[in-house]
Design a protein around this ligand. Structure first.
Ligand SMILES: NC(=O)c1ccc[n+]([C@@H]2O[C@H](COP(=O)([O-])OP(=O)(O)OC[C@H]3O[C@@H](n4cnc5c(N)ncnc54)[C@H](O)[C@@H]3O)[C@@H](O)[C@H]2O)c1
Length: 419
C-alpha cells in the first residue's frame, strides 16, 4: 500500500489518474446542488469536527461529492469500495490526492476487498457509513475495533434487512440509521432514478425503437412505476404484472394494462422485471414469447429472470452485442437476455444520475449529522421525517421551484378541532 504523507495510507490503482477523476467529480457536482449547499453550511458549522469516519461505498463521482461534503464538515474519511467491481479508479486517485484514505481498486480479489474493509476499520473510526452491511458485519467480529465506534448509517435495502436481522437476534451493538427508507429516496431514487436509468440501459444495450412496441413491466413498486412511466414516454404500450391488488389498481388508474404474466408473455416485445422476487420470468413464459423478445431485470438480485431455466431450454447461446446474449430455442425463436439478468441499469448503463444521488447523499449527510448530535440506543433507527422534508425543500429550491407556505390562519385551522 502507498503512504500518502499527509494522511494515513491508501491503496489505489494509479495516482496519475487523479486529474481525470477531479474533472469527472466536478461534472457530477454540477448536478448535485443540495449537497453543495450542505457543504457550504458544514464548512461554516463543522458539525463533524475531528471525527474519524470509515465508509464502505461504491467509489464513484457522486460518492466523491459526499466525501468532500463530510470532510468540509471537519471529518477525516477512510473509504473502501462496497463492491469489488464498482470502483472508478480515477475517482479513487482524485480522492487520495485530496487526503482521503482510499482503499479501492477496480477488479480487486475478494481477499483484497476484505483487506480494504479491514484497513478502513484500522483507522479507528468514530462512525461508519455502510452500503450493504459488510463493514458493520466485519466490525461485529472484532470487539476491540467495535468498542470505539459510536454508530453508523446504512444506505441500501439489503443492508437494512441484514441490520434488522442482527437487531432481532440481539447481535447489533450500534445505533444504525436506515437512510434507505425515506419518502424522498423512494420517490427520487427508486422511481425516477431506476425508471430513467433502466430504460437508458435497455436502449444502450439493444438500440431498439420502443415506440409502438409492448413493454411488459413486472412489479409496480416505485421502481416498476418509474420504468412503466418512462417506457410510455418513449411511445410503448405498457403492460404491468402484479400480485398486490392495490399496486395493480394503481397501475390500472395510471393508464396501464394489467395482465397475468401468462397472458403478457406472448404479447411482449421487451420485458423488464422489478419485483424483488424470484422466477418472475420462467420456462412456461419463455415457451410462448415472441421471436426476438428482450429480457432485462432491474430488481436487486439476478433471480427475477430464471436464467438457469433459460439456459436449459436454449440450444445455443451467443453474445451478439455488448451486454446482450441471444438464446436460440429448439423451435428457432431467439430470446435476447440483457446483462445476464443482473441489475440492468448498473450493468449496462451508469446507475442513477448524479441529480438523483444528490438527494440520496444529502439524506446520508444530514442523517450522519443527526446521529452525531443524538444519543441513540443500539438498534435500527429511521431518519426523522423533518430531515426528509428538508432535503425535498432544498432540492426544490435548487431546481428554482417555489411553493406556498401556510398562513397563520391556515396553520391554526389545520391544528385545531375547534371551529
Ligand atoms: N435498479 C436499481 O437501481 C434499483 C433501485 C432501487 C431498488 N431496486 C430493486 O428493485 C426491486 C423493486 O424495488 P421497489 O422499491 O419497487 O420494491 P417494492 O417491494 O415496493 O415493489 C415490488 C413490487 O413487485 C410486486 N411483486 C412481487 N412479486 C411479484 C410477481 N411474482 N409478479 C409481479 N409482481 C410481483 C410486489 O407486489 C410489489 O408491488 C427491489 O429488488 C429493489 O431492491 C433496484
Amino acid at each position: 500500500m502507498h503512504v500518502n504523507g499527509s494522511h494515513n495510507g491508501y491503496d489505489i490503482a494509479d495516482p496519475a489518474l487523479s486529474d481525470q477523476g477531479a474533472r469527472r467529480i466536478a461534472w457530477a457536482e454540477r448536478a448535485m446542488p443540495v449537497l453543495g449547499l450542505l457543504r457550504r453550511r458544514f464548512a461554516n458549522e463543522r458539525p463533524l469536527d475531528g471525527l474519524v469516519l470509515a465508509a464502505c461505498m461504491h467509489v464513484t463521482t457522486e460518492t466523491a461529492a459526499l466525501v468532500r461534503t463530510l470532510t468540509a464538515a471537519g471529518a477525516s474519511l477512510h473509504l473502501a469500495a462496497s463492491n469489488p467491481l464498482s470502483t472508478q479508479d480515477d475517482v479513487a486517485a482524485a480522492l487520495a490526492q485530496e487526503g482521503v484514505g482510499v482503499f479501492a481498486r477496480q477488479g480487486v480479489t475478494l481477499e483484497e476487498y476484505a483487506g480494504h474493509l479491514r484497513a478502513v476499520l484500522d483507522a479507528r473510526p468514530d462512525y461508519v457509513l455502510d452500503d450493504g452491511c459488510d463493514l458493520v458485519n466485519l466490525l461485529h467480529s472484532h470487539p476491540a475495533l467495535l468498542a470505539g465506534v459510536r454508530g453508523g448509517i446504512e444506505e441500501t435495502t439489503t443492508g437494512v434487512l441484514r441490520l434488522r436481522q442482527m437487531a432481532a437476534d440481539g447481535a447489533l451493538r450500534l445505533p444504525m440509521v436506515a437512510v434507505n427508507d425515506t419518502a424522498v429516496q423512494r420517490l427520487v431514487a427508486n422511481r425516477h432514478g431506476t425508471g430513467q436509468s433502466t430504460l437508458d440501459a435497455v436502449l444502450r444495450a439493444t438500440g431498439v425503437l420502443l415506440a409502438g412496441t409492448t413493454v411488459v413491466v413486472a412489479g409496480y413498486g416505485p421502481c416498476g412505476h418509474g420504468i412503466a412511466e418512462r417506457a410510455r414516454g418513449f411511445g410503448a404500450h405498457v403492460v404491468v404484472t402484479e400480485v398486490d391488488p392495490s399496486r395493480a389498481l394503481e397501475a390500472v388508474l395510471d393508464g396501464h394494462r394489467v395482465l397475468p404474466m401468462a397472458a403478457a408473455a406472448p404479447a411482449g416485445d421487451v420485458f423488464i422485471t422489478a419485483t424483488g422476487n424470484r422466477g418472475v420470468l420462467r420456462a412456461e413464459h419463455f415457451a410462448v414469447m415472441k421471436d426476438g423478445a428482450v429480457l432485462a431485470n432491474s430488481g436487486h438480485f439476478d433471480v427475477e429472470v430464471d436464467v438457469v431455466a433459460l439456459a436449459e431450454v436454449s440450444v445455443q447461446t451467443q453474445r451478439v452485442r455488448a451486454f446482450v446474449d441471444e438464446h436460440l430455442l429448439a423451435d428457432g425463436r431467439r430470446l435476447l437476455l440483457v446483462a445476464e439478468g443482473r441489475l440492468v441499469n448498473l450493468a449496462a448503463a451508469e446507475g442513477h444520475p448524479a441529480s438523483v444521488m444528490d438527494v440520496s447523499f444529502a439524506v446520508q449527510a444530514l442523517a450522519l449529522e443527526w446521529l452525531v448530535g443524538a444519543s441513540l440506543a443500539p438498534g435500527v433507527h429511521e431518519v426523522p421525517a423533518a430531515l426528509d422534508r428538508e432535503v425535498a425543500r432544498t432540492k426544490l429550491a435548487a431546481l428554482g421551484t417555489s411553493l406556498d407556505t401556510l398562513t397563520a390562519e391556515q396553520d391554526r385551522y389545520l391544528s385545531t378541532w375547534r371551529a
